[in-house]
Unconditional design. Structure first.
Length: 241
């Protein structure tokens, strides 16, 4: 164990992971890929998520897991021209008009037979009014294909441990902002929507420097028969590239 590790209280087969809002920057670029960075500048983050059935504790294979998050400066692809140092009023999908067709830091993977998906990305930065976080949506499919029947079972946000975030935000790519980030306990969504249970276990990849990057992991327990109220199937069709 090291100083960056934070343990989320999850017991397989016993706990449903808390849902959180999808936020205004959701879109569906239909990109099946492991590396979502597209060369974005930032500290590397290798992410491993394990999707399990919260009722049985069994892995959920062939779930389509989408993630999206902001870059080191707080900007989201598709909204790159929105000033991340100015707080936005709405958290609803589609509430803020897109400004571009960029797709950095977005992508999806199908879970393997062990329920695992892996992503290569960067440690997210922050935007005004929020703590550092990564968005996740899990769709249940009838096959390993975008065109198969599917429903959205779970939508959440993953948070980063405070100790790791403080170290990252001192790095060249993240510093020099005109706004102050919120810590996890200061974030409304973290405190009211189960942020403690949504904090990644994180450790450094190298011994000598944070610049080598981080590895983050979490087990997400979902109800495979549930229909999320945060993102509907038609939202994936409506908010596409």
């Amino acid at each position: 164990m090291d100083a960056y590790t934070s343990f989320a209280p999850f017991t397989a087969g016993c706990l449903l992971s808390p849902e959180q809002i999808a936020g205004p920057y959701f879109r569906n670029p239909k990109l099946i890929r492991r590396n979502i960075s597209e060369g974005a500048d930032g500290i590397p983050l290798v992410l491993r998520l394990t999707i399990v059935d919260a009722m049985t504790g069994e892995p959920v294979p062939d779930a389509l897991v989408d993630i999206w998050h902001c870059n080191a400066r707080g900007a989201y692809s598709g909204w790159s021209k929105v000033n991340p140092d100015v707080e936005v009023d709405s958290a609803d999908i589609g509430a803020i008009a897109r400004t571009d067709d960029d797709t950095y830091l977005r992508g999806a993977q199908f879970s393997d037979k062990s329920g695992i998906v892996r992503f290569t990305t960067i440690y997210p930065g922050f935007y005004a009014g929020r703590a550092l976080h990564i968005h996740v949506a899990v769709r249940i499919t009838s096959g390993n294909n975008y065109l198969e029947e599917r429903h959205v079972a779970w939508v959440g946000q993953l948070y980063l441990p405070e100790v790791a975030s403080r170290a990252v935000l001192c790095s060249r790519q993240y510093e020099g902002r005109s706004t102050v980030r919120l810590t996890n306990p200061e974030d409304f969504f973290y405190t009211t929507m189960g942020g403690d249970a949504s904090t990644l276990n994180v450790h450094t990849l190298g011994r000598d420097s944070n610049e080598d990057g981080f590895f983050g992991q979490m087990t997400i327990g979902i109800d495979t028969f549930a229909a999320s109220t945060q993102i509907k199937p038609e939202d994936f069709d409506k908010y596409t590239v």
